[in-house]
Design a protein around this ligand. Sequence first.
Ligand code: BEZ
Length: 255
Amino acid sequence: MPDNEWDPEDYDEGHGFVAEYGRDVVRLLDPQPGERILDLGCGTGTLTAVIADSGAEVVGIDAAESMVEQARERYPDLHFAVADAREYEPDAFDAVFSNAALHWIPDEDHDAVLSMVSEALGETGRFVAEFGGRGNVQRVERAVRAELDARGYDTNHSWYFPSVGEYAPRLAAHGLEVTDAALFDRPTELDGGASGLREWVGMFGDELFEGVSEADREAILDGVEERLRPDLYDSETETWTADYRRLRFVAEPTR
Ligand code: BEZ
């Protein structure tokens, strides 16, 4: 999985929109009292707690220890574990939920994750997930790559942002039939005002900047802002809007 250096406090305070948008995905999940639900990539636990409020019994897992520590501190009554979804050995669950996490898992590792989800659900239940879909943050990513490229840095890292047509057969190969799916634009206003784009790249783009000197990093961020300002910045409100696209789906064990 790409190694991002997670700062849980900054994640909650400066990127709260991640969980805010995720509430829609919880609504789609429609958790019921007594259901056992696995929250895959739970981060600091905000949505795990929303799911638990329904009366469901939730287990939140995340590969980042710092995030799980924060989740446990915030919600001591809930159950969290540090676990890599590719290697997790699940109990039986009625549903698996995931918001804004699966794009961190490289393309070639999704089969291991889907196999785990399929095992968790057995013959019934549902997998409800949303993550970055094809074209997600493409303008931002291209601008960063162009600036890195111009300074001779390697730009081989990438997140995984599939289309519906690409992901549905992968789910099917693991016995998970898509019953609802959409790929949609969701322009997303970034927190942080005039420095919102820098902060976003600072929070999520560690891997892109691996091996980049501090001085170059600042110059690259200046260049990225310059490239994107005409299209993604509103100077009146001092707000950056990133070109998010979401892949959202519900899949169920094939009958
Ligand atoms: C996303 O939620 O789409 C996302 C967040 C960070 C990096 C890449 C994508």
